[in-house]
Design a protein around this ligand. Sequence first.
Ligand SMILES: *Cc1c(COP(=O)(O)O)cnc(C)c1O
Length: 361
Amino acid sequence: MSTNPASTANSLVRPAIAALAGYVPGEQPQGGKWIKLNTNENPYAPSPAVARAIIATAAGRTLAKYPDPLATVFRMRAAEILGVDPDWIICGNGSDDLLTILVRTFVGAGECLRMPYPSYILYRTLAGIQGATCDEFHYSADWTLADGFAAPQSAAGDDVKLAIIANPNSPSGTLLSPGRIKELADRLPCALVVDEAYGDFADSNCLDLVRQNDRVIVTRSFSKSYALAGLRFGFAVAQPHVIEQLLKVKDSYNCDALSIAAATAAIDDRAWLAENRAKIIATRRRLTDAMRGLGYDAVESQANFVWCTHPTRPHKPVYEALKKQGVLIRFMNYAGWGDGLRITVGTDAEIDAFLACMKTL
Ligand SMILES: *Cc1c(COP(=O)(O)O)cnc(C)c1O
């Protein structure tokens, strides 16, 4: 074994990687009886059609063969439902995979990725892996985005090559209207990804903008609204000539046969989605009102979580006290912005248990 630190493998890693902090996902305790309100998973079981599709796929010889690189059955079914042609869709191993593909496609070393702040921290990590910079443009106090978001260069002078907006945003749960997204897309010097991981819980989405503007790309996830975070499936919608470029960057077999079959069954069950959405939205209302009753500023949410801050009471001890009682919520501390509590909308029973704990604190 070498004792010379200069010759260890770590000294051979690209400087951009060595400098990375690395993305840290929320706690995923395995086992134990947690009430888990920390990573925006859906509290309900997925459509029963999902299990049937997985079992049918696993039973035959399908798994002996490589999966369809384009996930054609999913693309055809999703295209029909969304009202686009199949070649407007690319599938991924979760929408995180699509975000990776998008950043690799549009942003090179020394260039810049623009994102609002605070938002989904993964975008920053993806820029870092590319050796690119990340220009974090602060939301206004009311969670709107000023025109400066569309400036062609970062403060450091790097050219902005891609912008990503989570819409609805995390942690705020707030939504920018399609009209506002259109204005920003028209001003930006680059493509704009609208990350609609929570889009199914919102009042509007940006699919129409994709039809109007080839610089707008929408990503969707099966992890939240379809209750399939453990499956790993997502897709992006863009005009066909953009999809063609993205397909060059993706891994050949980025989606496996089980997830393709399961996601196709899930998107086909329109009634399940509508019913689940209605339940989540009703519980979101109750959670928001109850937190306001406890003296919190709870932001009106268009997603499946609620961002809460208290004018005087520190947030971290609340997170810690709840954890001792078996309730996990997300304490977020954004450097240069502030901290708060992000609470996922669980079942009514879970939210009741959470609120009962809150009242004893
Ligand atoms: C959860 C989440 C994702 C990731 O979704 P996956 O499909 O599970 O990879 C992407 N963007 C945002 C804003 C999210 O909150």
